[in-house]
Design a protein around this ligand. Structure first.
Ligand code: NDP
Length: 285
């Protein structure tokens, strides 16, 4: 039976590190959140950011704009946050309304304040290794894998899902640690090859948003399974992996909820601290 990789104890340890590091910063960290409209997912994510910020002595500044805010107005608003010296980090709550081009927006945030790690400059730095502002969910997944104590060197790592915020950055982070990385996506499934790839995964990360996509019987004996998926099924929240069958085969597995989720916001705050350190040292992040 697999050991559970729970996010909460790791999150508590990282919060402790953040508190200690924040003491040496000489400023109260300020995080500006920009939300357009009132998407329930964005509202809930923003509430948990505000709660964690408060716990850590970080000032959380919510900026709630109307859902019909024009892209031009929004970009002007972000420009002001970029140049406001009292703001150290910026997060744009997703989803943004249809009139706003998210990719354009992400390149508009000052890369030194981009604590979500979505600016093309920060994403580009992942290629070279040693990047400091890492997309939070991918960063959270890496913390969970490292917590298992499994050495990634030469391991077969299979990622299912190739989004910009999870699968793609994760592939680069795993490569940095010399895992052999395979990235699967809709094309892999349509070609009927998903099962074959999953079956040889010593490290399996699934970030799709499709309940039960990964059958428990596909999970390799003794593997590490990180389930990023969040799906509402009736009254329950479940992941993308058939948990009950998978935990009988894996050595380590994340629960859903309670695995990746509790860590994501904490990684955002860790990025904020890194951003402030770079801002204070004058180093380009
Ligand atoms: P996206 O929708 O951006 O990406 C989903 C990915 O899955 C795409 O690459 C897509 O490929 C791929 N995909 C879709 N269907 C299949 C399939 N049948 N077989 C293989 N691949 C498939 O989602 P996100 O990356 O934003 O999120 C993924 C999941 O993780 C969601 O459930 C989300 O709620 C959850 N999540 C959880 C977080 C947490 O903190 N725990 C944080 C962020 C996300 P293609 O694009 O080619 O169709």
């Amino acid at each position: 039976m697999a050991k559970l990789l729970e996010g909460k104890p790791i999150a508590e340890r990282i919060k402790e590190e953040i508190r200690e590091q924040a003491l040496s910063l000489r400023v109260k960290p300020v995080l500006a959140s920009v939300m357009m409209g009132d998407d329930p997912g964005a509202v809930s994510y923003s509430k948990s950011q505000a709660r964690v910020a408060q716990e850590l002595g970080i000032e959380y500044q919510p900026h709630n704009l109307k859902a019909n805010t024009t892209e031009t107005h929004l970009l002007d608003f972000i420009k002001k946050l970029n140049t406001n010296k009292s703001v150290h980090g910026i997060i744009i709550q997703n989803p943004v309304p249809a009139q706003v081009d998210y990719k354009k927006l992400s390149s508009f945030i000052d890369p030194g304040k981009d604590i979500e790690g979505i600016h093309p400059g920060n994403i580009g730095k992942l290629i070279f290794g040693g990047s400091r502002l890492i997309p939070c969910t991918a960063y959270a997944v890496m913390e969970l894998i490292l917590a298992s104590g499994v050495d990634l060197y030469g391991k077969e790592a299979v990622i299912v899902g190739h989004s910009e915020i999870v699968g793609k950055p994760l592939a680069l982070l795993l490569l940095e640690r010399f895992a052999t990385v395979t990235v699967c996506h809709i094309g892999t499934s349509k070609a009927g090859k998903l099962e074959g790839h999953v079956k040889r995964a010593e490290i399996l990360i699934v970030a799709v948003g499709c309940p039960g996509l990964i059958k428990g019987a596909w999970v390799k004996e003794g593997s590490v399974v990180i389930d990023v998926g969040i799906n509402r099924v009736g009254d329950n929240i479940v992941g993308d992996v058939e948990f009950t069958a998978a935990e009988k085969r894996a050595a380590y597995i994340t629960p859903v909820p309670g695995g990746v989720g509790p860590l994501t916001v904490v990684m955002l705050m860790r990025n904020l601290i890194e951003a402030i350190k770079s801002q204070q040292s004058g180093e380009y992040v």
